[in-house]
Design a protein around this ligand. Structure first.
Ligand code: TMP
Length: 255
């Protein structure tokens, strides 16, 4: 079998050359890491679930006018995406205190924040993804001021939309991380688009009634039943792989 050219291997995904210029194939692994690679493991079936969940959420966001790199899902573990130049900034949006903001400011986990808070981190394992300000981002040339504006505006829209979508299926969107890329159009235009993935690997999702964690914190904190939690998110979204691609029904609204 002809081997495709591998472009990049990350902790949870691999990127291969795509079938036509300007495209890549994004392959979702079962590998999981936490705390900047210090904790490693596998979550059986995670890649299949994240491929589906990310496909579903990116498609919904495209429908409300958020440009993304997503083109189409190819198979259980792969999706076709547009080739972009990743902006090395992780944008985190928080609605409820958890994780590092709770540690940093001694806010009990679960405290609703007075308003959604956006933070930027420099995507660099060697430096442990430090939190950075707009001054660092523009000063070190990682992104231009108008690109930061676009990332901020899109991230807040993504937050509003996803918070509502998850609320409808009985899930609180506590926080999430997104990444953006520059899409170079043939006419010379450069567009900032949502890239990477949107999955329980990069979000905190809590059951609305019980506050049970349904995301990668189950792996980070050794809470067990990690795969089941990801499956439950997919089930509530109406996209559990077993149902097959033809009978995906979309979310079933809770009464
Ligand atoms: P934090 O509380 O650890 O800063 O994480 C905030 C959110 O960002 C949480 O939903 C997990 C996600 N995240 C990533 O996706 N990748 C990372 O490297 C980190 C540190 C957090």
């Amino acid at each position: 079998m002809a081997r495709r050219k591998q472009i990049y291997e990350g902790k949870a995904k691999v990127l291969f050359e795509g079938p036509e210029p300007g495209t890549l194939v994004q392959y979702f692994k079962d590998d999981a890491t936490a705390f900047n690679n210090k904790k490693k493991g596998t979550i059986t079936g995670k890649g299949v679930l994240n491929n589906r969940i990310s496909e579903y959420l990116m498609m919904r966001l495209e429908e409300i006018g958020i440009p993304t790199h997503f083109v189409r899902r190819l198979n259980m573990r792969e999706q076709l995406v547009k080739e972009v130049e990743i902006i090395p900034i992780e944008v985190v949006v928080r609605n409820i205190a958890a994780g590092s903001i709770s540690t940093r400011f001694h806010i009990p986990e679960g405290t609703r924040l007075p308003r959604s808070i956006v933070e930027y981190y420099y995507k660099n394992d060697e430096f442990n993804d430090p939190m950075v300000s707009e001054e660092h981002i523009t000063g070190f040339g990682w992104a231009a001021i108008h690109e930061i504006d676009e990332m901020l505006n899109m991230s807040l829209r993504v937050n509003d939309y996803l918070a509502g979508l998850f609320l409808g299926i009985g899930i609180k969107l506590v926080d999430f991380k997104v990444e953006y890329g520059r899409l170079y159009h043939e006419n010379g235009d450069v567009q900032v688009v949502l890239a990477d993935e949107l999955s329980p690997d990069n979000m905190r999702l809590w059951d609305f009634k019980t506050n049970e964690k349904m995301d990668k914190d189950r792996f980070r904190r050794d809470l067990g039943r990690v795969e089941e939690a990801y499956q439950e998110v997919a089930r509530r979204l109406g996209i559990l792989p077993e149902s097959g691609p033809t009978d995906v029904k979309g979310p079933s609204t809770l009464q």
